[in-house]
Design a protein around this ligand. Structure first.
Ligand code: UDX
Ligand code: UDX
Ligand code: ADP
Length: 480
C-alpha cells in the first residue's frame, strides 16, 4: 500500500488530500500539522475551513484511509510520498521584504523530512513557491540525507476556494514537474499513477521542475491581470457612459480571449494572486529584468486603485463625508462560498471608510467576528514601500460592529456596501431594507449582483461598478 503524508492541513492540503483519499482507496493518506487546534477541527464535525462538498468527502474517508494527526514525524517517516503544503507568506522584513516569499516554514519542513526519514522518498512541492525553490529544498535534503535518496517534484495546486472539491475532482490539468534524470522520471510516474486513479491521462502534464514552478505563478498572474484589465475598463466605462458588463461580454465572446475572469469588481483578493505576483516581481528584479517586473506590478497597482476608487465613490456620493454615518458592509470574505479573508478587498475598503470616521456594521455568513477584528487591527503591509503602516487604533475599531444578518446590518444605515457576491444578497427584501434606512439611502455594489434599476425604483441611489452612473452620482465631484 502506497503511503502519502501531507505536511500542512490548510486550504490546499486538507481538500487535496481528502480527494486523493476518496479516489484512491488503496492509498493511505495522512495529513499532519503542527497546529493542534487545526488537527482537532479536522477530526471533528466542525472542519476548520468552509468549502462546499468538503464535509461529505472527509466523512466518507476519515478513519478509513484518511487520517489527520499532529504526529508529524511518525507519518513523514512512514510515507513514500510527502507533499509539502505549508504556508509561504510574503516576507515582512529583511531582504526582499514586501515581495519575496518567506520560506521559513518550508525550510523547517524540509529539514524535518531529512531528519526523520529512514527510507527513500518523493517530496512534492504543493505550496506556491518561487521558481528554484525545489533546487534549494533538494540541497537541504541531500546535504542532510544520511544516504537516503530524495526526489523532488513540483505539483502546483490550481484549485480555487469555494469550488475546491469540483476543481480537484475535474481538474483542467494536473501539472507535475521533475528532474529529467531516470530517477526523476520514475518519481514523476509514481505521482502520475496517483492522479491517474481519476484524472484522464491527457490532462496530466509533465514538465521540468522550473517550468512547473513558474507555470503556477504565471497562471495566477494571468488571471489577476484579466481582472485588473476589466477593472481598469470599469473606471473608463463610468467616465464615458459605457457599461462594463456589455464590454466584457463583447470582449469575452472572442474565442481567443474567452469569457471567464472578466467580472469587474471592487478588486481581487485571496491568498494567491497578490502574493504570487509579488513573488514574480521579485524574481524578475533579482534576474535583472526591471521592465518585466514593472509590467506585473501594474496589475497590483490597478487593484489597489480600484479599492481606493470604491471608497472615494462612497465618500463623495454621501456629501463628501461618512463621519459618524452607519455603513452596512455586506460580505467580508474575498469571494463567496468561503470564510477566508486573506487579502480580501473588504479589509482595505473598511479601513478606508474607518479612516473617514464611518461606523461600520459588518455581516458575512461565514466569517467570524474574531477574524474581522484581527483583519482590521492587523498591520497593513505596503508592498511597494516596505514599511508597516500603522494598525487601526482600538478606538477606531470600536466604530465596528459585527452582526448576524443583513437586516440588522442595514437597519438605520445611511449606505450599504456589497463587498462579497454571496447569493443571499441577491434575494434580500430591499424594500424592507430601504424602509429601515436613513434617507437618502445608498447602495454601493462592489460585485454587480443587485438589479440596480429595481433598487432605484424602490428609492435607492445605486452605484454599480463600471455601469452608467446614477444621476445623483454624476452631480458629485469626480473621483480620483
Ligand atoms: C486562485 C486561482 O483561481 C487558483 O487557480 C489558484 O490555485 C489559487 O488562486 P482563489 O484565490 O481561491 O484561486 O479564487 P479565485 O476564484 O481565483 O478569485 C480570486 C479573486 O478574484 C477573488 O477575490 C474574486 O472575487 C476575484 N475575481 C475573480 C474577480 O474580481 N473577477 C473575476 O472575474 C474573477
Ligand atoms: C488584429 C486582431 O486580431 C483583429 O481581431 C482586429 O480586428 C485587427 O487587429 P491583425 O493585426 O490582422 O488582427 O493580426 P493578429 O493575428 O491579431 O496579429 C497581430 C500581431 O500579433 C502580429 O504581429 C502577430 O504576429 C502577433 N502575435 C499574435 C503574437 O506575437 N503572438 C500571438 O500569440 C498572436
Ligand atoms: P494554504 O492556503 O497554502 O493551504 P494555510 O495557511 O491554510 O495555507 O495552511 C498551511 C498549514 O501549514 C498551517 O495549518 C500551518 O500550521 C502548517 N504548517 C506550517 N509549518 C509546518 C510544519 N513545519 N509542520 C507541519 N505543519 C506546518
Amino acid at each position: 500500500m502506497v503511503k502519502i503524508c501531507c505536511i500542512g492541513a490548510g486550504y490546499v492540503g486538507g481538500p487535496t488530500m481528502a480527494v486523493i483519499a476518496l479516489k484512491c482507496p488503496s492509498i493511505e493518506v495522512a495529513v499532519v500539522d503542527i497546529s493542534v487546534s487545526r488537527i482537532t477541527a479536522w477530526n471533528s464535525d466542525q472542519l476548520p475551513i468552509y468549502e462546499p462538498g468538503l464535509d461529505g468527502v472527509v466523512k466518507q474517508c476519515r478513519g478509513k484511509n484518511l487520517f489527520f494527526s499532529t504526529d508529524v514525524e511518525k507519518h513523514v517517516s512512514e510515507a513514500d510520498i510527502v507533499f509539502v503544503s505549508v504556508n509561504t507568506p510574503t516576507k515582512t522584513r529583511g531582504l526582499g521584504a514586501g515581495k519575496a516569499a518567506d520560506l521559513t516554514y518550508w525550510e523547517s519542513a524540509a529539514r524535518m523530512i531529512a531528519d526523520v526519514s529512514k527510507s527513500d522518498k518523493i517530496v512534492v512541492e504543493k505550496s506556491t513557491v518561487p521558481v528554484k525553490t525545489a533546487e534549494a529544498i533538494e540541497k537541504i535534503l541531500t546535504h542532510n540525507s544520511k544516504g537516503i535518496k530524495f526526489q523532488i517534484l513540483s505539483n502546483p495546486e490550481f484549485l480555487a476556494e469555494g469550488t475546491a472539491i469540483q476543481d480537484l475532482l475535474k481538474p483542467d490539468r494536473v501539472l507535475i514537474g521533475g528532474r529529467e534524470t531516470p530517477e526523476g522520471q520514475k518519481a514523476i510516474q509514481a505521482l502520475k499513477d496517483v492522479y491517474a486513479h481519476w484524472v484522464p491521462e491527457d490532462r496530466i502534464l509533465t514538465t521540468n521542475l522550473w517550468s512547473a514552478e513558474l507555470s503556477k505563478l504565471a497562471a495566477n498572474a494571468f488571471l489577476a491581470q484579466r481582472i485588473s484589465s476589466v477593472n481598469a475598463m470599469s473606471a473608463l466605462c463610468e467616465a464615458t457612459g459605457a457599461d462594463v458588463t456589455q464590454v466584457s461580454y463583447a470582449v469575452g465572446t472572442d474565442t481567443r480571449i474567452g469569457p471567464k475572469f472578466l467580472n469587474a469588481s471592487v478588486g481581487f483578493g485571496g491568498s494567491c494572486f497578490q502574493k504570487d505576483i509579488l513573488n514574480l516581481v521579485y524574481i524578475c528584479e533579482c534576474n535583472g529584468l526591471p521592465e518585466v517586473a514593472e509590467y506585473w506590478k501594474q496589475v497590483i497597482k490597478v487593484n489597489d486603485y480600484q479599492k481606493n476608487r470604491f471608497v472615494n465613490r462612497v465618500v463623495s456620493s454621501m456629501f463628501n463625508t461618512v463621519s459618524n454615518k452607519k455603513i452596512a458592509i455586506l460580505g467580508f470574505a474575498f469571494k463567496k462560498d468561503t470564510g477566508d479573508t486573506r487579502e480580501t478587498p473588504a479589509i482595505d475598503v473598511c479601513k478606508g471608510l474607518l479612516g473617514d470616521k464611518a461606523r461600520l456594521s459588518i455581516y458575512d455568513p461565514q466569517v467570524t467576528e474574531d477574524q474581522i477584528q484581527r483583519d482590521l487591527t492587523m498591520n497593513k503591509f505596503d508592498w511597494d514601500h516596505p514599511i508597516h503602516l500603522q494598525p487601526m487604533s482600538p478606538t477606531t475599531v470600536k466604530q465596528v460592529s459585527m452582526v448576524w444578518d443583513a437586516y440588522s446590518a442595514t437597519k438605520d444605515a445611511h449606505g450599504i456596501c456589497i463587498l462579497t457576491e454571496w447569493d443571499e444578497f441577491k434575494t434580500l427584501d430591499y424594500k424592507k431594507i430601504y424602509d429601515n434606512m436613513q434617507k437618502p439611502a445608498f447602495v454601493f455594489d462592489g460585485r454587480n449582483i443587485v438589479n440596480a434599476e429595481k433598487l432605484r425604483e424602490i428609492g435607492f441611489i445605486v452605484y454599480s461598478i463600471g455601469k452608467p452612473l446614477d444621476p445623483w452620482l454624476k452631480d458629485m465631484p469626480a473621483v480620483a
